[in-house]
Design a binder for this molecule. Sequence first.
Ligand code: KIV
Length: 281
Amino acid sequence: MPDGSRIQYKDALSVTLEIHPGAAKHVSFMLSSLLELPQRKASGLKLAVLTAYDYPTARVLDEAGLDLLLVGDSLGMVVHGLPDTTGVTMEMMLLHTATVCRGVKRTPVIADLPFASYRTPEEAVSNARRLMDCGADAVKLEGGVSMITQVAAIIAAGIPFVGHIGMLPQSVKEEGGYKKKGKTSEQIDRLIADARALDAAGAVAIVLESIVPDVATQITGLVKASTIGIGAGLGTDGQVLVTHDLLGSFPWFRPPFAKARADVAGETLRAVREYIAEVSG
Ligand code: KIV
């Protein structure tokens, strides 16, 4: 983006903020370090989190005033066209994490450890370090009690850690689909045990994915870590969405809880068709 248009964009943003007092309030509180998470949880002001996988998106999201950015392994599906996240590799995560970090000035960046990249504590620490070397501020992996030795090793190595419990996309094959969690008392007990284990290990935040809302709210009240919900109701400390779902840039599938606030795919089709018509006369 040339400097001139960037200044215009920033001016436009500040005008928007002035006429939306809520947004201005949010921007003045936006997170600039993971160390601010406990204070933020205590304040009750919700965290706004989105995924980013490329430089221009990361740069715009950073300027927009998000609290956290996640280089999620969902990139396997919405960027690389894979059927699920189990085909995502460390090389893909390293490339996208470095790309996103180049676009960000303030927003803390969390990077996902992909499928089969944390089978032992040693492997988890080594791959977490590689993501941190790309500029990430924290790493995330899926699982609670069953992954606690890996989580403890990452935290003992001085690497800030974000947990992820509930519906775990990397386990889609074992689970036979994407299933909401917290519907039975056994599942609720397991979720609470997972959240407590991650919290005791020192996770700075925990993603709660596709969990019955009352259970997600209960977990939020039990842990010191900030909870970030996706398909888990409004009782968590923050919300995360896949940016492609928010922007309508992956129209072939969008989860029911994700409200599309733009139609980027539709607008791209329109612009490209207009171009084709103009070029071909
Ligand atoms: O990979 C991802 O984008 C995620 C979010 C869905 C939480 O883990």
